[in-house]
Design a protein around this ligand. Structure first.
Ligand SMILES: C[S@@+](CC[C@H](N)C(=O)[O-])C[C@H]1O[C@@H](n2cnc3c(N)ncnc32)[C@H](O)[C@@H]1O
Length: 279
């Protein structure tokens, strides 16, 4: 199923907390954040799912499609891969990047997916679950969409990294507490035990949740911080700051992360929880 993507869509405050990007956000997200962060986590997640050729896979909250494209290379031409997201600009970017890859892009809220039951062997999602407004309902939708024996695998942040703690503190000091609260919420995720019980409560079996850590390697704060913030839902609050306030924010992050400087790079640990369960 391929849906028409609406190019203009009002991104309201109500959608703010669900990682809604607009303007240049999806482009910077793909060009900067995907290679440095999300592409690396995508490979780690997909390795855990042992995808087989010819499987039917749905990537939920696919964003600009980094996990979707990687999945397509794993299941091959005989497999079917669909990417689903609520955000039209993210899907437009995903569609453009996928080029000739045979992937269908579906604009939908995860809690109410207009697709037939038992359509997929695997449902995966990277850094989406904690944004879902009704998690039990999303999990029930996944169970409905999975074929018997099918598997769900998703990853979400395990709290803050040294970098995200530093950026939230600097946003608090140089923008506002309200904007810092919104930025911190990007990393407010259920614990491993909560994930396990949420999945088991909806009927997933053999649920496992484990922690996966990577060393993240990004350019120095002076280069990375402005790009990172411009790819976030709080982008406007940063770009509207006077230049001296932007520089003060960036300098505070650089000073907080002095222990993580290696040559001309920032290298720090970050971690996700990976949850896997079966229908
Ligand atoms: C941090 S991005 C992750 C994107 C992608 N999975 C990746 O790893 O690059 C979170 C994504 O969740 C999507 N999202 C949030 N709430 C959603 C919902 N209720 N239904 C579908 N997608 C949703 C957002 O639009 C956004 O693209």
């Amino acid at each position: 199923m391929v849906v028409e993507l609406s190019t203009e869509r009002t991104v309201t405050e109500a959608l703010f907390m669900t990682f809604q990007l607009a303007g240049e956000g999806p482009k910077i997200y793909e060009e900067v954040m995907v290679p440095l962060w999300f592409g690396r986590w995508a490979e780690a997640l997909i390795d855990q799912l042992s995808l087989r050729s010819s499987e039917r896979v749905l990537d939920v909250a696919c964003g600009t499609g980094v996990t979707t494209r990687l999945t397509k290379t794993k299941v091959g031409p005989g497999g079917k891969v669909d990417g689903l997201d609520i955000n039209a600009p993210m899907l437009a970017q995903a569609k453009e990047l996928a080029g000739d890859l045979d992937i269908a892009w579906i604009e939908s809220d995860v809690c109410d997916i207009d697709l037939p039951s038992e359509s997929y062997d695997v449902i995966l999602s990277q850094h989406g679950y904690h944004y879902f407004p009704d998690k039990p309902q999303a999990l029930r939708e996944f169970l409905r969409l999975l074929a018997p024996g099918g598997r769900l695998g998703f990853s979400i942040w395990d709290g803050h990294s040294p970098y995200t703690s530093a950026i939230c503190a600097a946003v608090e000091h140089h923008i506002s507490s309200e904007i810092a609260r919104k930025q911190r919420s990007q990393r407010e995720t259920p614990s491993a035990n909560e994930l396990k019980s949420q999945m088991s409560a909806q009927g997933f079996s053999d649920v496992v949740v484990y922690r996966q850590e990577l060393m993240i390697d990004v350019p120095p704060a002076s280069e990375f911080v402005p790009l990172h913030l411009r790819s976030m839902p709080i982008a406007a609050a940063f770009t509207e700051l006077p230049e001296d306030a932007q520089n003060a924010l960036i300098n505070e992050v650089a000073e907080s992360l002095a222990d993580y400087v290696q040559g001309n790079r920032l290298v720090y640990p970050d971690a996700v929880h990976v949850a896997i369960g079966f229908k």
